[in-house]
Design a protein around this ligand. Structure first.
Ligand SMILES: N[C@@H](CCC(=O)N[C@@H](CS)C(=O)NCC(=O)O)C(=O)O
Length: 277
């Protein structure tokens, strides 16, 4: 397990179950960059994110050199720590790199907000279930060394949860009409990825894992519940019926199977590529 000590040169401000945070975390873990995760609840994250030098959103990566407040910038930064043959962005300005950047951008813009809204739409009505999922993600990150808010205890989080839930619903426009629009965007991105994978290629671009693969997997994970995720959703059988049906259907598509494979085969680097190289 990585050393999450207070002396770690990097600090990552997160909401532990956020998929944009997972995207950044995956790139950092893979690169073997030592960081301490500071995990916050939605809404409670905004002030620490701003104070850290980012915007209101997480992830924010803080180092002595400054702050990076966007997951794509963090992935690029992590890439500087890995040998070039393992880089998520190939060097130079070739066609391969442009293709990876275009896909990453599309996933960030369309897929990330869509999966978030669709999952919250299904999960939030079940007060106890939603609380259990979020609470478990904090515990999973704490077990991996993350620092939790000082007031994080079962009682305090439970009391705060309905307030957070109501504000999340309003801030992210989580209602049936918006969820339906998001399903359309999700569908279009899955169609694009299914089409790309149709020829049996192992990765979306080129012959090794790239930022396009990692971004697709991290941002699609909330609708696929990969077993090897560091803050896993419950298995499909324990999810609300609407979400269970969606997870099962998407897992049956090439794009869904691809994400489960990436999590199984590429998310478990304990020591990081830098140490392994
Ligand atoms: N473009 C940003 C998006 C990050 C993002 O949407 N983060 C969400 C959590 S999944 C967030 O912090 N939302 C709360 C807010 O914006 O106040 C990135 O790639 O880092």
């Amino acid at each position: 397990m990585r050393d999450p000590g207070v002396d770690a040169p990097f600090r990552l401000v997160t909401i532990p179950f956020s998929h944009f945070c997972e995207k950044a975390r995956w790139a950092l873990d893979r690169a073997g960059v030592p960081y301490r995760e500071d995990a916050y609840l939605p809404l409670a994250h905004a002030l620490p994110a701003l104070r850290a030098g980012g915007r209101r959103s997480v992830p924010v990566l803080v180092s002595r050199a400054g702050a990076l407040g966007d997951s794509t910038d963090i992935v690029r930064h992590a890439d500087a720590f890995v040998p070039s043959e393992h880089a998520l962005f190939p060097g130079g300005s070739g066609a391969l790199r442009a293709e990876i950047e275009a896909l990453e951008e599309r996933f960030d813009r369309d897929l990330g907000p869509a999966t978030r809204r669709v999952v919250y739409f299904h999960l939030l009505p079940d007060d106890d279930g939603a609380f259990a999922v979020m609470s478990r993600s904090f515990q999973a990150r704490a077990a991996a060394g993350a620092a939790l808010p000082f007031w994080f205890g079962r009682g305090a989080f439970r009391a705060y949860f309905p307030v957070a839930r109501a504000i999340m619903r309003r801030a992210m426009r989580i209602d049936a009409a918006a969820a339906e629009r998001s399903m359309g965007k999700l569908r279009a991105v899955f169609d694009l990825v299914n089409e790309r994978l149709r020829d049996g290629r192992p990765f979306l671009v080129g012959d090794r894992l790239s930022a396009a693969d990692l971004t697709f997997a991290a941002l699609a994970a909330p609708v696929l519940a990969p077993e090897h995720h560091p803050t896993p959703l419950p298995p499909p059988g324990e999810l609300p019926a609407g979400l269970r049906g969606l997870v099962e259907a998407l897992r049956g598509e090439p794009a869904g199977a691809f994400v489960l494979r990436l999590y199984r085969d590429h998310r478990q680097h304990k020591a990081g590529l830098r140490a392994a190289a």
